[in-house]
Design a protein around this ligand. Structure first.
Ligand code: SF4
Ligand code: MG
Length: 268
């Protein structure tokens, strides 16, 4: 049954007025219906609400891309910055006021191509920033081109015969660079995103969240909801998240085990 304009307007108005959505801004997300980013949005908003962080003490910094629009859709402070530069700006924000809780957000094009050289440095400096990589393995905002994490064979208008390049593995990169907290998550499981973020917010160092997600508009081949749901599974019960080497070995063998892979033990 088709929803009438008035019913839809009433539903939107209820959402805007609801306390449950207090962390959201009055700008409703402009992502395509069904985009995986809605799940990440829900996971992050719930983490901010549950952690009881005052909104004025939270800053979200983004680069450019569909994920770069995120700061417009929340009521905390936000900076929509330059392509690939979310991490250096987030570092500056944290240095200027260490009391702030800082999130950097961006896609795989933004974070692994033009911004790819910033991840090793924020990891080795262990800046207390939480970085969410929205990895749908395609450039969405520019209407579908292979990205650095695309699988070989991905067919787009820019790669009609299928992409031939090997994909980067962002989880393995973060572990190799010495990130002190590394989680791999799925946009279709917002509750797990919230739980991992709550642990990352408490972690006194750089926290990296590699979130597998969909671009429902431009990738109907690999990272679809059906495929990601079928491929994703939890970490093995015996996984020791304090052992970086174990985490790296697991990631080398298993692309879809989800959870907190590594967390440096802290004292005090
Ligand atoms: Fe999401 Fe793709 Fe649409 Fe961008 S183009 S909003 S990534 S579905
Ligand atoms: Mg992308």
């Amino acid at each position: 049954m088709k929803t009438s304009g008035k019913v839809l307007a009433d539903q939107v108005s209820k959402i805007k007025d609801s306390d449950v959505f207090s962390i959201r801004s009055n700008n409703l997300p402009t992502w395509c219906p069904g985009c995986g980013y809605f799940g990440i949005h829900q996971g992050l908003n719930n983490a901010i609400q549950r952690s009881k962080l005052p909104h004025h003490m939270v800053v979200t910094v983004s680069g450019i891309g569909c994920a770069g629009r995120y700061p417009f859709f929340t009521s905390n402070y936000g900076l929509h910055t330059v392509h690939g530069r979310a991490l250096p700006v987030a570092t500056g924000v944290k240095l200027a006021n260490p009391d702030l809780t800082v999130f950097a957000v961006g896609g795989d094009g933004d974070g692994l191509a033009i911004g790819g050289a910033h991840l090793p440095h924020i990891a080795r400096r262990d800046v207390n920033v939480n970085y969410l990589l929205f990895d749908n393995s395609i450039y969405g905002l520019t209407k579908g081109q292979p990205s650095p994490s695309s699988r070989p064979g991905l067919k787009t208008k820019a790669s009609p015969e299928g992409s031939t390049d090997k994909p980067l593995n962002a989880t393995l990169m973060a572990l190799s660079y010495g990130a002190s907290f590394v989680a791999r998550l799925f946009a279709g499981d917002p509750e797990s995103i919230t739980e991992a973020l709550l642990a990352g917010i408490k972690h006194p160092g750089f926290s990296f969240f590699h979130i597998y997600t969909t671009c429902v508009t431009f990738d109907k081949q690999f990272k679809t909801w059906d495929n990601l749901k079928a491929w994703s599974h939890p970490l093995p019960d015996h996984h020791d998240p304090t052992d970086r080497k174990t985490a790296m070995n697991l990631v080398l063998e298993d692309d879809f085990a989800m959870g907190i892979l590594y967390k440096r033990e802290t004292t005090g």
